[in-house]
Every structure is written in structure tokens, then in C-alpha cells.
Design a protein. Structure first.
Length: 95
């Protein structure tokens, strides 16, 4: 049985996550978890992954996030989870 984004969001540990977009993909299967540690995603992804990216203060710029989203779309990932503190998450949702 495949794990979906909906399944992940229903986990107790994930209940504080806030969905910012992509509601239509919530039932899409997750093929692999990936933690972003490199500057680029493209060479490491093959489609269907859930990518966890750490939203450090210096990276939470509009340009950085747009580049990350463009790479994620091109790689056909299932989900992008931006791990950041609530102060910076609020700034992101206003964009």
C-alpha cells in the first residue's frame, strides 16, 4: 500500500504543518523521502519524492523559494515540506 501526503499529514507529529498549496496532490503516492542538503534538487530526484528542506533565515527569500518550487515541479516530486520556525513561516505565507 502506497503512502500519500494525506497519510503523512494525519500523523500526530505532522499536525502542526500548514498546507500552503498543492491540495490536489494530497492523494499522490510518496515514493521516497529526501532531505535537501545540496544547492540543487534536480540530479537527486526521480519523481514522487517528499522533499524536506530546512528554511534557514538567510534562505527564506522569494528568489530562493521560487527556485526551489521550480526545481520541485520539474522533478515531479509529490510534496515539498519547508521546515522553518513559525516567525519565518508567517513571512512565507504572505508572499
Amino acid at each position: 500500500m502506497a503512502v500519500t501526503c494525506t497519510d503523512i499529514c494525519e500523523l500526530k507529529v505532522c499536525q502542526k504543518m500548514k498546507l500552503l498549496g498543492g491540495r490536489k496532490a494530497m492523494t499522490k503516492a510518496v515514493t521516497w523521502p529526501y532531505v535537501k542538503t545540496m544547492d540543487t534538487l534536480a540530479e537527486w530526484l526521480h519523481g514522487g519524492e517528499i522533499v524536506f528542506a530546512f528554511g534557514r533565515k538567510e534562505e527564506n527569500t522569494e528568489d530562493y523559494l521560487l527556485k526551489l518550487l521550480e526545481e520541485a515541479k520539474k522533478a515531479d516530486i509529490t510534496a515539498l515540506v519547508l521546515l522553518t520556525d513559525p516567525e519565518h513561516a508567517c513571512q512565507i505565507t504572505k508572499r
